[in-house]
Ligand binder design. Structure first.
Ligand code: NIG
Ligand code: FE
Length: 475
């Protein structure tokens, strides 16, 4: 595939200088355009990525998609849109995607983006027989990352966030959910959400902040109580009465998450936190049955959460409850599967993806990027693991990382290539989406548009302004 951007485009897809009129962008020549048009998929439709007819081009202007149509029609629509705003009808830059595949920008619906330190030592502890929850109970795991994160400065956390977002972007993600949860006290949780908000403002990746105060019981609360049960209860009260009001007042988090798992927070505790969140106008989601069935999938269905995440071990009743909720609702709970987690932890466990799809539950896939269970910033790698370990087809994994992942975040303006949607798209260096999870671990991204801005070209990040490329990009 050759890559040519003619007429000296700038990073914001417009000429940069305020005096010059806006320009359109046209992506042409792709071997395949997977539009994902039509909204959230479930059941058999999870396998239908909506492949456009050959010769389809995508036209964008002002950060939005103007048309997805055969090239002549797309050019005409773009010319009309340019004329409408008083610009020259041919003021357009062309991205030559010959031989490549065009998809919507990927959406990563579940990450723990912001943390300090790393935990490679735990891999060796697990190789010697310790389990993930045993390491946590001994004060390691999440609590080790909490200590490192509390000690890190805002500048350090920002720099780390930028570094990993850049990596995610170069693997095709244009929207990334980011949870707090390594602060576990009001000041640090607010700090993490503020940094997520700042990264969202900076762009080019759109960051969607989630508050996860109930990620673990912090060491100082555990030490102040006679046993683990009393400590968990005390911390849940602090989350509901201290942290949550402050998070709601800060106004940055879109949703609230709870690690609902045997030995962490119970369904009853999760229900209380999530109901309090809802009363404050926040969306809700939960880490559900990641390692053992605890009734969390049932709770997600009962509450009508945006998503139930992980689902490594939902009970049959939990799957049935999600299915019943999906059948009854136009906005079903999305099952966000995170298959790199059991893979990275060396567990045989497989999320029951096929059972969920057959039951009519919409499935999304995320990386769960975090230092303990999934130090994996690449959504395409998670797609490969989903195909190979969960038995999803390439089309099902593409649906799971675009339109269904956007639905898991409650975002109706992205995840598909349709007129009016955000101009988030990826040109991949393969002729069909079926090869995306197949070349496992390969670097297939050639071009990324995020919000209409050309942010990756030739597989490399594009500098902020004033660049022009012909076949390659320079930093
Ligand atoms: O999604 N399960 C809880 N939280 C993360 C892991 C966090 C960590 O180990 O640091 C997860 O797997
Ligand atoms: Fe997680």
């Amino acid at each position: 595939m050759s890559l040519k951007v003619r007429q000296g485009a700038t990073r914001d897809g417009s000429p940069g200088a305020a005096s010059r009129p806006p320009r359109g962008l046209l992506v042409t020549g792709a071997a395949e355009v997977a539009t994902l048009a039509g909204g959230l998929r479930r059941g058999g439709a999870q396998d239908e990525p909506a492949i456009a007819p050959p010769g389809t081009a995508v036209a964008c202007l002002h950060g939005r998609i103007v048309a997805v149509a055969v090239e002549a029609e797309a050019r005409e629509a773009l010319a009309a849109a340019l004329a409408e705003i008083g610009a020259a009808p041919d003021a357009c830059d062309v991205i030559d995607a010959t031989g490549g595949t065009v998809t919507p920008g990927l959406v990563d619906p579940h990450t723990h983006l912001l943390f300090a330190g790393s935990r490679e030592g735990e891999v060796v502890l697990r190789q010697r027989g310790a389990s993930y929850l045993e390491i946590l109970a001994a004060g390691g795991g999440i609590l080790a990352t909490v200590a490192a994160t509390r000690a890190a400065s805002d500048a350090q956390l920002l720099a780390r966030g930028r570094r990993w977002l850049d990596e995610m972007l170069r693997h095709g993600a244009t929207t990334v959910e980011a949870k707090s949860g390594y602060g576990l006290d009001t000041p640090t949780e607010l700090r993490l959400l503020a940094i997520a908000g700042r990264l969202a403002t900076e762009g080019p990746v759109d960051v969607i902040p989630t508050y996860l105060g109930a990620h673990a019981v912090p060491a100082e609360v555990r030490a102040a109580h006679p046993d683990a049960t009393a400590a968990a209860e005390a911390y849940v009260r602090a989350v509901i009465h201290d942290q949550l009001p402050a998070v709601a007042a800060q106004g940055l988090a879109r949703s609230v998450d709870v690690f609902c798992e045997a030995g962490v927070f119970s369904p009853d505790q999760a229900r209380r936190i999530l109901q309090a969140a809802r009363e404050r106008g926040l969306e809700i989601r939960l880490h559900a049955d990641e390692l053992a069935p605890s009734g969390a999938a049932e709770l997600a269905a009962e509450l009508g959460a945006l998503s139930a995440d992980h689902l490594g071990c939902p009970s049959p009743a939990g799957i049935a409850a999600l299915a019943a909720a999906a059948a009854a609702s136009a906005r079903p709970v999305v099952a966000v599967l995170l298959p790199t987690v059991p893979w990275f932890l060396g567990l045989e466990l497989r999320e029951p993806a096929r059972d969920l799809i057959q039951a009519g539950v919409p499935v999304a896939i995320g990386t769960d990027f975090n230092p303990g269970t999934s130090p994996v910033p690449s959504l395409p790698l998670a797609m490969s693991v989903a195909m190979l370990r969960l038995g999803l087809t390439p089309s099902e994994v593409l649906v799971a990382t675009t339109v269904n992942a956007a639905a898991a975040l409650g975002l109706g303006d992205r995840g598909t290539l349709e007129a009016g949607r955000r101009a988030d798209l990826v040109v991949w260096d393969v002729p069909t989406h079926a090869q995306l999870p197949y070349w496992a671990g390969a670097d297939l991204v050639r071009v990324v548009l995020a919000g209409g801005k050309l942010v990756v070209a030739g597989g490399r990040a594009v500098p902020a302004r004033g660049w022009a490329i012909e076949g390659r990009a320079t930093r």
